[in-house]
Structure formats: C-alpha cells, structure tokens
Design a protein around this ligand. Structure first.
Ligand SMILES: O=C(O)C1=C[C@@H](OP(=O)(O)O)[C@@H](O)[C@H](O)C1
Ligand SMILES: C=C(OP(=O)(O)O)C(=O)O
Length: 426
C-alpha cells in the first residue's frame, strides 16, 4: 500500500490560504442550480466530494462552466426543481453533503434517479430522512439495505405541510429537508425529534439559503418554518469561505510546536461552526488572534481539556491528536456520530492513537486520550478517512515522526493537504 513517512519537524511557521469549504461549496452549488439566474461561485473547493455534486448536477441537466483550476464556477440556475426525462444513476462517492441534500431535492422534483455511493456510503444511515419523506408521500425505495443507500427516487410534488425529522444521528437530514422545502411551494414546517446534533451546520444551511433569497423561521432549533412561494434567486456572485475544518490542522500544528501559523480565507466573520476549534486551542493554552478573514495561532505549553465537542464534530478529531502534546488526560465527549461518518471514527482513533503509545479509553460516545512519556513511530491506518490521515500528520511534530498509510484519501476534501502541510515545516 502507498504510504507517506513524515520525518520529525523541528519548527513550524507560515501562512496558509485554506481551500474552499466543502459544506459551503456543495450547498451553494445545489442552491445555484435550483435558483433563477446565473451564479458565479468563487474559491470553490476542488475535491472528490465536490466533483460528485458537479457530476450529478450535469446528469440532472444543469449547465455550468468551471475554470481551469476548478475554483470558479458559473452555474446557470434552473429556476426551480430538477426535471429530467430519462432514468438516471447518480454516483455520489462518500459525500454526505451530496447524498442527503440531493435525496430530498430529488424526492420533490420530476426525476427517476438512483443514488449510489462507495461501499462505506452503503453503511452510512439515511433512514431518518427517507422514512419521513416516504411518510409524507414521497416515492423512495431502498435498493439494498433498509435505512441505507443506494436509493431509487421517483420524484413527485407533495402536499404535505408538516415534517418530523430526527436530528440525533446527523444534522444533514434536517439540512436536506430545509434546502428542498421551497420546491414544495407551500408553507412547510419541520419539527425536530430527539437531540439535534452538529447544530452549527444548520446555521450554515440557513445562512446560505438566506443568501439565495429564502428565509426560514428558526424556533430555537426545535422547529423551522419555510414560508410559501419562496424561490431561490441567484445572489450574482458567491464567495466560498476557506474551510474551517481544513484550517484546524495548521492551527493545531502551531499550538503544538510553538511557532506562529496564520490561516487565511476564514476568520471571525465566518459562518462555519468549526472556527470554534480555535477557542479549544486557546483553552488548551495556545494564543489565538482573529481577523475577519484570518485566524493566527502561536503555540505555548498545552494542557488537556474535557469538553462536549458535539458542535465541532469534524475539527474535534484534530483535538484527539493535539491531545498527545498536552499535559493530562483530554476527554472529547458527545461525539457518538463519529461512528457513522467516513469510518467508525471513535474506534479508528482509539486504535491508531494506541499505536503511537497513548493510553486511550473508547466509550460509546466519547474518547479519552492520555499522552505517553514518549511517542512511538507507527504506520497509521487511515480507513479511507481523510480526517484520520490529516490529524495524524501532526505526529510529525513529535520526536518519532509518523507514517501515514494511503495518504491519497485526503482527496475527499483536501487533495493538496500534504503539500500545504510541508509549507509550514521549517
Ligand atoms: O452539513 C454539513 O456540511 C456537515 C455536517 C456534519 O455532519 P453531521 O451532521 O452528520 O454530524 C459534518 O460532520 C460534515 O462533515 C459536514
Ligand atoms: C463527516 C464528513 O463528511 P460528510 O460530508 O461526507 O458527512 C467529514 O468531512 O468529516
């Protein structure tokens, strides 16, 4: 298997302009496709998750022009729902931000489409979304296992005005329903059952919908109302912010090693919840400076934290490896849904952290990490999970270096990650 060995890095310093946000790229592409008018997206992310959304949109009859480096895209909006004649098969890889939102949008469109994905996608739940859509009258069937992709969707116009969605496994089910609701044209109310996880991603959804001209009443994240006859309208241009989760690795590197790293393209004006990662680093002892469009971190001796990280599920993985350089036992809690993402992340992190010598406790929805006296070199298995590969690159800041197996798996959200990481190693 292809692997990458990172030798110990003695110092970090520098400035990194992070690529566009995955969450914003795929939301903006979908809403631009449904909107009236032409939208020019800039700083679009060029990665596997976005390629899957773009390919699906082409198959759905959306036209767009991508520039050479694929970071600028002019989308010609359909001015309403998708409408295609022939049955389609859309392959969405392992992109949750394509599978879940397209599922709802297609259920309310004039299409006959199969939604398929990588083997892991067939293990990632979608039942809470599909079953509620079916309750409401949608025509969706499971092609293999109940509750999981692949799906067959025969879209239709529904009269249902009220939906109940379970938000305790993934916020993407609510995001999907929110973004598709205007296609129904009448007023829609959505009621949340269970504890809504990953709440800041709902803010990203609502703010992106607002930019495209659709407003939603948010009753304290317990229910949402989308008024009748709201149509997505192109904002003209849409600048995709830098990805706050991708920023976490560079900021953590500075926190661990003691230099200063400035990440640009994302800052205190960001609508991404993962900027709160910098607050965790601050709590651990690092110094953080904020600008509207940048975050800079200067390292200092770090101490462990004990925190509920449900609000930053992706960046929390970066804390799990940062914890190896902090004094004491770090506890990351309320992250049960790590288990249903690219891999079972609680188990994968526990397994790989033990390989470098950490003392780890893996709970149902938490993990504790105590650093060893001395970190050991290990070959880290990455389970086709981009974030496992990226967060373990931080082990290069220890004395033993690290080997990352299958480093190419970062292509899901950050194909150039290791080239960028090398730039801050001095
Ligand atoms: O809506 C989004 O853009 C995302 C929501 C989160 O998923 P969950 O809501 O499943 O936790 C996050 O982990 C994922 O990377 C992106
Ligand atoms: C959970 C993630 O991805 P997805 O959008 O496929 O859910 C992630 O990027 O960490």
């Amino acid at each position: 298997m292809n692997s990458l060995t990172l030798e110990p890095i003695s110092h970090v310093d520098g400035e990194i302009n992070v690529p566009g946000s995955k969450s914003l790229s795929n939301r903006a592409l979908l809403l631009a496709a449904l909107a009236t008018g032409k939208t020019t997206l800039t700083n679009l992310l060029d990665s596997d998750d976005i390629k899957h959304m773009l390919t699906a949109l082409t198959q759905l009859g959306v036209t767009y022009q991508l520039n050479d480096d694929k970071t600028k895209c002019e989308v010609h909006g359909l001015g309403g729902k998708f409408s295609t004649i022939k049955p389609l098969s859309l392959f969405l890889g392992n992109a949750g931000t394509a599978m879940r939102p397209l599922c709802a949008a297609l259920a309310f469109s004039d299409v006959d489409a199969e939604l398929t994905g990588e083997p892991r996608m067939e293990e990632r739940p979608i039942g809470d979304l599909v079953d509620e859509l079916v309750n409401a009258g949608a025509d969706i069937s499971y092609l293999k296992n109940k509750g999981f992709p692949p799906l067959r969707i025969k879209g239709k116009q529904l009269k249902t005005k009220s939906f109940n969605i379970d938000g305790s496994v993934s916020s993407q089910f609510l995001t999907a329903l929110l973004m598709a609701a205007p296609l129904l044209e009448h007023e829609v109310s959505i009621h949340i059952i269970g504890e809504l996880v990953s709440k800041p991603y709902i803010d990203i959804t609502l703010k992106t919908m607002q930019t495209f001209g659709v407003s939603v009443i948010n009753n304290n994240y317990e229910s949402f109302v989308i008024g009748a006859n709201q149509v997505y309208q192109s904002p003209g241009t849409f600048l995709v912010e830098g990805d706050a989760s991708s920023a976490s690795y560079f900021l953590a590197a500075a926190a661990i090693k003691g230099g200063t790293v400035k990440v640009t393209g994302v800052g205190k004006a960001s609508i991404q919840g993962d900027i709160a990662f910098a607050d965790v680093l601050e709590k651990m002892g690092a110094n953080v400076t904020w600008g509207n469009d940048f975050i800079a971190v200067t390292g200092a001796p770090l101490k462990a934290v004990n925190m509920d990280m449900n609000h930053i599920p992706d960046a929390a993985m970066t804390i799990a490896t940062t914890a190896l350089f902090a004094e004491g036992t770090t506890r990351i809690s309320n992250v049960y849904n790590w288990r249903v993402k690219e891999t079972d992340r609680l188990h994968a992190m526990a397994t790989e952290l033990k390989k470098v010598g950490a003392i780890v406790e893996e709970g149902r929805d938490y993990i504790t990490i105590t650093p060893p006296e001395q970190l050991k070199h290990a070959a880290i298995d990455t389970y086709n999970d981009h974030r496992v590969a990226m967060c373990f690159s931080l082990l290069a800041l220890g004395d033993a270096g690290i080997t990352i197996n299958d480093p190419g798996c970062t292509a899901k959200t950050f194909p150039t990650y290791f080239d960028e990481f090398r730039k801050i190693a001095k």
